[in-house]
Design a protein around this ligand. Sequence first.
Ligand code: SF4
Ligand code: SF4
Length: 412
Amino acid sequence: MLLDDNPIALIEENLERCLLCGRCRSVCPVFREVGLEMVSPRGRVALTSALARGEISLSEVFKKQVVNCLRCMACVDICPSDVEPNETTTAVYRIIASSKVIDPIRGIMFRILLRRGRLLPPFTSFWANLFRILTPLLPEWTRLRHLLPLPTMKGIRYMPGFANMPFSYYIDYYNRVYHAGMWKHRVALFFGCASNLVFPETAHSMIAVYIKHGIGVYIPPTQGCCGFPAGAYGDEKTRRKRLYEFERAFSGLDVDAVVTICATCGHNLREARENMLIAVPEVYDALVYLSEVADCRFKGANSKVAYHIPCHLGRGQGATEIVKRFLERALGEQFAGMIIEGECCGGGGVYNLIHPDIAFSIGEKKVGAFVESGADVLTTSCPSCKIFLTEVMAKRGLPEVKDVWEVLYDLI
Ligand code: SF4
Ligand code: SF4
């Protein structure tokens, strides 16, 4: 994520380092689909530099194609010269945001709801309950039924509804359990917006698994969004504000570690800590922390389970091998393996709403590999991957994707 307040400087640094070797083109999922140099990582670096030097303008084609990036980091991983083409995308969004043409929906999301994090749970709870009351009154055929959970940006798409009871409503209860227990290890949980507002069962399941393994989970009550969505789309001010709030909630705690249950939040927070933007105890993905401190024993799974490793956990946190070994131990013979290891699912946060054709083509390959694996259940560690892959699976009549904590909870 960008550190420099001047996005132009980051763009120029990347160009200086780029050897133009083109190795990144072989791994970029978007380039594989589109086949245009301007959407390859190398092309992005060159074109954003031309923009920074004022040789080209911020045209509609530029805004559509050059920022056509999943932020999957495959290019960063393979680059021999430490170039970060994904960050040039973020830099361009910063330039767009500073030119005051950020679209109104993102403006409301980032500047009002995310920056003032406490507004989100009551807002989404109200929306979920409104949806529950209105849905039975709407005729079966109306598209409003699909639009009510959330307005989408392109066409009618699958969107899970908000939870009636956000996870944050249970914080006091879990903290009483924490203070009453004798624990081998103690962690502070950062649950993230999606687990709070859409998939609270993920956080409930993770805490149950931790408690079973003698790990106490304290939940700092004043936490909100980690700021990644805002930063990724150019609103670095909101990201920094959210990181500052995170630090206030998580610094000075008497715990062994901070754990996260969203790959993207974990990646963002670990990176911010490494870059000394926040001073907090070490941040781990909850699966990685569990595998390091506990001698985990689970009862055997009844069905075959395949796992999609999110880019922000595999590449972003370097956790692919740890997670694979953990799942092999936990699931035994019922582990059907990682589905096309190291390949993005195509979801990319809101990318799939902006570029649905490319996203679905990439997602289809994942789901095809899942079918070939012979597994019954597809699981992952990222709410965004879960939402998008569930939609791709549904098109083939396949079951909903589960979060890995839901799977593990059934085995304790
Ligand atoms: S970004 Fe890296 S891999 Fe891609 S062309 Fe430049 S040096 Fe080569
Ligand atoms: S982050 Fe992924 S989609 Fe974006 S340029 Fe790199 S490889 Fe391509």
